[in-house]
Design a binder for this molecule. Structure first.
Ligand code: S3P
Length: 162
């Protein structure tokens, strides 16, 4: 069963949109971060106590499980860093959700995301996004921007594309 996979940077709305698209399509919803938190505890604790490399290993396993289940699968922003995940995505329908920096600041405000702690969070977000952009674009079958208008419009567009 192919999954409808949502990729993109932190703050693009992958979890909120994915959940609603799954509901609209009547299929299960899976989110790699939620799965990791359920099995291993908070993302920030994993980063702090075991490091990012360990998080990426757990994320790889979570993504594999999610893809096997089909339905709508939202991936953490950095999941595409894993070559195995990138290879697996070729067998699925991949939706890239993008967002402009002017919008993302409010979405990731007070975030518990370990990569966005501190004062220059937006600069770091931009740096990370710029580094990953080629990976996102290479993997995407379709791209939707989530910067303007109601989130529901994006949900409808993704569900219609699916
Ligand atoms: C990360 C994105 C987060 C989460 C972790 C690392 C990243 O997920 O997996 O904080 O490297 O981009 P979201 O994209 O859902 O925020």
């Amino acid at each position: 069963m192919t999954a409808l996979v949502l990729i993109g940077p932190m703050g693009a709305g992958k979890t909120s949109i994915g959940r609603r698209v799954a509901k609209a399509l009547g299929v299960p919803f899976y989110d790699s971060d939620i799965a990791i938190v359920r099995a291993h505890g908070p993302v920030e604790t994993i980063f702090a106590e075991q490091g990012e490399e360990r998080f990426r290993m757990l994320e790889r396993e979570a993504v594999r499980t999610g893809l096997e289940g089909g339905g709508v699968v939202s991936l953490g922003g950095g999941a595409v860093l894993h070559p195995g995940t990138r290879a697996d995505l070729a067998a699925h329908r991949v939706v890239l959700l993008t967002v402009e920096p002017r919008v993302v600041a409010s979405r990731v405000k007070d975030s518990t995301r370990p990569l966005l702690q501190g004062e220059d969070a937006l600069a770091r977000w931009t740096e990370i996004y710029d580094a990953r952009r080629p990976l996102y674009q290479e993997l995407a079958d379709v791209v939707f921007d989530t910067s303007s208008g109601p989130l529901q419009d994006v949900v409808d567009a993704v569900a219609a594309w699916a």
